[in-house]
Ligand binder design. Structure first.
Ligand SMILES: Cc1cc2nc3c(=O)[nH]c(=O)nc-3n(C[C@H](O)[C@H](O)[C@H](O)COP(=O)(O)O)c2cc1C
Length: 205
């Protein structure tokens, strides 16, 4: 089967397959703060690391019909130039989901979901206490992506990692052991997965 990206219904698919095919995607659970001090957190799965040195990450914020200026995370980052990427363990799956609700700007989703805030060291944005890890970031650049079919567009946010908090309990023998916290991955539709086991492959010389 071949399809053009926006023509999936014509070949009998009920849902757009794009996100289900680009999976599993890590989830960046992004905390931010507005310039007047309101704290925010929301999950983004168009998220990844983009460079090891300097360590850099990106996520992409889609337009929202009720938020014409952009989603709260994007607005806050544009105001302060800071954000934190919290890593989502399987145990945080329900709290993460609560924070994806479209709360009005100014509502603290940490409080709505019952998440404790930790004080970051290099940015003024709090991190998720007891998350396996969090990456403190400063904004490097935002890029407006091309218009979608409705004439609005997503924004890519790219940040430089300035500090990393790691829960001591996820370290074994000097390495991060993902099986100890089982990072959550986004699949298509309403589906998720978690990393429970792993295998190693040595690279060729
Ligand atoms: C697992 C998950 C992944 C998501 N990924 C994205 C994403 O990559 N981009 C996006 O714009 N919205 C994404 N969303 C939706 C946002 O989390 C949602 O619109 C949220 O209300 C935005 O909050 P904010 O306005 O406080 O930034 C995702 C939701 C969930 C549950």
């Amino acid at each position: 089967m071949f399809i053009f990206p926006d023509k999936y219904k014509e070949v009998g698919l009920s849902h757009n397959p794009f996100k289900a095919l680009v999976s599993p995607r890590p989830i960046g659970w992004i905390s931010t703060r507005s310039s007047d001090g309101y704290v925010n957190i929301a999950p983004y799965s168009f998220f990844n690391a983009v460079s090891e040195q300097p360590p850099m990450v990106m996520f992409s914020s889609a337009p929202h019909k009720d938020k014409l200026l952009g989603k709260d995370s994007l607005l806050n980052i544009k105001e302060t130039g800071e954000f934190v990427v919290n890593i989502v363990s399987y145990s945080f799956r329900n709290k993460m989901n609560i924070t994806s609700k479209n709360y009005p700007r100014g509502i603290n989703e940490f409080e709505e979901a019952g998440i404790k805030m930790g004080q970051s060291k290099t940015v003024s944005v709090p991190y998720v206490k007891f998350a396996p890890a969090s990456l403190e970031c400063t904004l490097w650049k935002t890029i407006n992506l091309p218009d979608n079919l409705n004439g609005s567009s997503s924004t890519m946010i790219i940040g430089i990692v300035t500090g990393i908090n790691i829960e001591n309990s996820v370290i074994r023998d000097g390495k991060i052991d993902v099986t100890l916290y089982q990072p959550l991955a986004r699949l298509g539709y309403s589906d998720y997965s978690r990393v429970e086991d792993l295998f190693s492959i040595k690279r060729p010389d």
